[in-house]
Design a protein around this ligand. Structure first.
Ligand SMILES: [Zn+2]
Length: 191
């Protein structure tokens, strides 16, 4: 089965016209992210169906970020190899923002790069339930932006940076970990 997927991917990546069409659906942002403009799966990852070059002509579903990796890094990676978004933008298809590895690797990176705050900060105006709620809104409700969340917590005088630290796991890492395990472990991988 995996061989067939790999063959399909190789044929697609060799097809310059098809690749051009795929790339035309990526929008380059100032952040450096290349955001997928096509359809999304329920978790908010770019997901699309391809009939072209499929061995039976019925087609196969692909994740946009994984296809982008196949195209730009000129290599197929097995379905059990995870692509993690270091930019935490699920729409992003820029391989420079990818990290191949496990969830644990990802959490280590976050710990090394960011301040661990949250529960240890007695001045925090939010509690763990608030943080969980913020993560649910941001990651599970596709049309909610950080600004929408900031507005909701306006009465607590919560700044944009506080919310963005939370959704990137820089603060409240324990809640972020639990949340990630609860909803996303192994997501973003083709079956
Ligand atoms: Zn990105």
């Amino acid at each position: 089965m995996t061989d067939k997927i790999q063959k399909h991917v190789e044929r697609l990546v060799d097809d310059e016209k098809w690749v051009k069409t795929f790339l035309s659906k990526l929008k380059k942002r100032k952040s450096g992210c290349w955001e997928w403009q096509g359809s999304l799966d329920p978790e908010g990852y770019g997901r699309f169906h391809v009939k072209k070059h499929h061995e039976t002509g019925t087609g196969r579903n692909f994740f946009a970020h994984r296809m982008s990796y196949f195209i730009h890094c000129e290599g197929y990676i097995q379905p059990d190899e995870l692509i993690l978004h270091q930019c935490h933008n699920r729409l992003c298809c820029n391989p420079d923002h990818f990290h191949i590895g496990s969830h644990d690797d990802n959490m280590d990176d976050l710990r090394k790069s960011g301040n661990i705050a949250g529960t240890n900060n007695p001045r925090s105006k939010l509690d763990e339930d608030d943080v969980w709620d913020i993560l649910e809104q941001y990651y599970l409700t596709w049309n909610v932006s950080i600004n929408d969340i900031v507005e909701q917590y306006d009465y607590l005088d919560i700044k944009r940076g506080t919310i963005s630290d939370i959704v990137q796991g820089r603060t409240w890492p324990k809640v972020y970990d639990e949340f990630y395990d609860h909803y996303f472990e192994k997501k973003g991988v083709e079956e």
